[in-house]
Write a protein that binds this ligand. Structure first.
Ligand SMILES: Nc1ncnc2c1ncn2[C@@H]1O[C@H](COP(=O)(O)OP(=O)(O)OP(=O)(O)O)[C@@H](O)[C@H]1O
Ligand SMILES: [Mg+2]
Length: 309
């Protein structure tokens, strides 16, 4: 499953970095409920508009068959007429919801007839409608007849957070760091990654996912080398350790087996298992897999439990 779908919030309380907008929505819902409501959710790309629309629809409809989702540029006058016809009948389940994403791309003629549809929705017990749109839609439109203004004005307007605000950025970083941690993705500067992603949470998640795949390939390459290296005799092995180290370190991963080999040098004191007892030993000769103490006893590196110095 795509990481963006895996982490798509399914409850308002799970939506990150949008506290003010969510509070606004919850207040409005508490005041007047979802039946007969119209919403205009505006915000930057990838910050939760469609997610919130689906959560609201889900809460109201309680069955997938009564959620209709369209994309602004594809909406035709006929689509709207069709929805009007649907609205003449009692919906299956509790309610019915039309979501129009990227509403800024709707044509002016669609907007005209939507005015009437939204009026009907606002008077219905069974319906709601949610538009999701770019932030500056009204500034963007040449709107001499004020149709766009009238449409937006008939809806509960919800402005998502300004992506340039420190609060949004801090919360987004927090949220993404949490996901990086739970996905085991290390060595990523999340703040820098978000900046590069233009503060779209979707783009940042995709970038994290990509990073994870890069990490995975790097680790598996390093592991292949590690395996190959263990065939070599010391000191070729030691050189190999040094070759691998940057690959591991660049992703913040631990060079576990290798750390052991690299750390144990002549004179290193360790605790090591010998015949089921832990004994202290000082390394005298070190090989790829074993080392000997000053009395010539050999130990497996894998039996080392602690490095003392
Ligand atoms: N506020 C958020 N909290 C948690 N996850 C988010 C948030 N915003 C976006 N995401 C993640 O990004 C994905 C896409 O989000 P969504 O579809 O809601 O974006 P959008 O605002 O509708 O973007 P667009 O303008 O491009 O349509 C979600 O599946 C989710 O994984
Ligand atoms: Mg969307």
């Amino acid at each position: 499953m795509k990481i963006t779908e895996k982490y798509r919030p399914t409850k308002l309380s799970e939506v990150a970095a949008q506290k003010t907008a969510i509070r606004h929505i919850e207040n409005a819902v508490e005041r007047s409920g979802l039946a007969g409501s119209s919403w205009w959710i505006a915000g930057a790309t990838g910050t939760g508009k469609t997610t919130i629309a689906r959560i609201l629809a889900d809460e109201f409809t309680q069955t997938d068959f009564t959620v209709y989702e369209l994309v602004g540029r594809d909406v035709s006058v006929e689509n709207i007429r069709e929805h009007e016809r649907r609205m003449a009948v009692h919906p299956m389940g509790v309610g019915r919801c039309l979501i129009i994403n990227e509403a800024q791309d709707m044509s002016d003629s669609v907007v005209s007839i939507l005015l009437a549809l939204v009026e009907k929705v606002n008077a219905s017990k069974y319906d709601m409608i949610v538009f999701t749109a770019m932030v500056d839609v009204l500034e963007l439109k040449n709107d001499p007849m004020n149709r766009w203004r009238a449409l937006v004005g008939r809806c509960n307007q919800v402005d998502l957070a300004d992506i340039d605000s420190p609060a949004f950025q801090a919360e987004a970083v927090d949220y993404l760091e949490g996901i990086a941690a739970s996905e085991g993705i290390s060595g990523v500067d999340v703040q820098a990654l978000c900046n590069k992603a233009g503060w779209s949470i979707r783009a940042a998640l995709n970038a994290l996912d990509m990073q994870e795949r890069i990490n995975d390939t790097k680790i598996s390459q390093a592991e292949r080398l590690e395996k190959a290296a263990s065939q070599f005799e010391y000191p070729a092995f030691d050189q190999m350790v040094e070759r691998l180290r940057p690959a591991y370190e660049s992703i913040g991963a631990e060079l576990t087996q290798f750390n052991m080999h690299a750390t144990i040098k002549t004179g290193t004191r360790v605790l090591v298992k010998r015949r089921n007892k832990i004994v202290e030993a000082s390394a005298c000769q070190v090989g790829p897999k074993m080392f000997s103490d000053s009395e010539g006893r050999w130990y497996w590196l894998k039996n080392v439990t602690k490095i003392l110095t």
